[in-house]
Design a protein around this ligand. Sequence first.
Ligand code: SF4
Length: 404
Amino acid sequence: MDDRLAKKLTILADAAKYDASCASSGAPKRRAAAGELGSTTGAGICHAYTPDGRCVSLLKILLTNYCLFDCAYCVNRRSSNVRRAAFTVEEVITLTVEFYKRNMIEGLFLSSGIVRSPDHTMEQLIRAAKGLRQRHGFRGYIHLKTIPEASPWLIEQAGLYADRLSINLELPTEASLERLAPEKDGAAIEAAMGQMRERIAQGRAEKRRYAPAGQSTQVIVGADSSTDAALIRRSAALYASHDLRRIYYSAFSPIPDASAILPPQAPPLAREHRLYQADWLLRYYAFAPEEVADATEAGMLALDIDPKLAWALKHRERFPVDVNRADRDLLLRVPGLGVRAVDRIVAARRHTRLRLADVARLTSGLKRARPFLIAADHAPTRLTDRSDLRARLAEPPRQLSLFG
Ligand code: SF4
């Protein structure tokens, strides 16, 4: 790679790191045929290319970090002092192919600042993906970030070449968007999501390849005063109306030369983690958004206990539940029991009456589950009344790793 391209890569890979919405799970399995290039695995590949040369599986870059918009939370905003760079479409294609051939990546995550116009930018993103697919027979994973202000026709085209599309919501309320990203239009973002949902559903119904890994979005946490309860309500509405695969919660990180209207500090990383857990309660544990909101204190999730435990502690009258008799839905409410553990319990109890030791073999969360369940040899009638139960189950404070 020549020096000029390497410099651009340093700038534009670094500029892309603020976007969390690049997990690439959900793509269908694909293998290249003769004369084609690349493959995808069904789950879990990603995450990002780092300029210091660490090998990762997704080349995550911006086409350019120039931008016409001035979103206060964004390092690439018009008024920011960052070094700017722009790839050409051909450079993006060459980089992706070269990295792929060296076995360094399995795909591309491509986003961009808005240059010239939303339509022009969207066209460039599509040309990169189309060039990879059509000229190089690239069968690897492609995640395109779409520009909601671009014309609906262009947004639609993106799904012909990408595995996943994402349209970042960024801020959960219209008021926050107006204050922090005045050029963005919440209604346009939602309209673009709605349009994508329809196209993806149509593609599936017609059994044709169209954004097979669906669409996702990202919400920045802690840049405005939205509570966790408000974020979860908003997420639930988005899942329901736009069939999103994932919502990524990205803790706001203070950026160089930040605008004075932003908070000076990042929210605790644990907040992002608790929001992901709350999101799981919505998607896999059949919690209603109001129930998750009920697990908060003044709208905020506790940082020292997970949201399911917080909900159970507030609803002790629903416990303990009997592992040998309770419905699956009720077992899913027991803190410490994940979906997998519950399914294993339901399968195992067909053959035997489960004792506590049996449950211990089926879950690693027995410490949290124990006060909330009844087993053949265990009936904790008083434990759920204990006033110190929360303190006994809270996680001790720990340093979160910067590296995952
Ligand atoms: S439009 Fe995107 S790249 Fe441009 S300032 Fe806003 S968030 Fe940043």
